[in-house]
Design a protein around this ligand. Sequence first.
Ligand SMILES: [Zn+2]
Length: 107
Amino acid sequence: MKKENGIAKVISPNSLPRKNSLIKCFICGLDYEKWEYKILKDAGKLLYFQYQNSPSKHQVHFSMNCLCHECLRDVVLDELISEDRLESVVLILEGKKKSYCTFYYSD
Ligand SMILES: [Zn+2]
């Protein structure tokens, strides 16, 4: 059993409340309407996540953030550098599916 450094939940377009809902990355501001996100996600081009680092610390709440995959990578790499680790394992949750993604430090 791997010990993850963070947990990222994939945001499903269907979980957005209304037909014309906007989904927006809270770091870079990249935003799309629900229907656009659904197309991009289905095409494997874009994912938005809710991310929680260091699950034991409970500092970040899933409901508080929404990150695009580019910013998720940046956030995970920033943590890795600040915590002086060489790799970071993130548990990816999508519905009932679980997978692990390992990010490596590189300079
Ligand atoms: Zn972003």
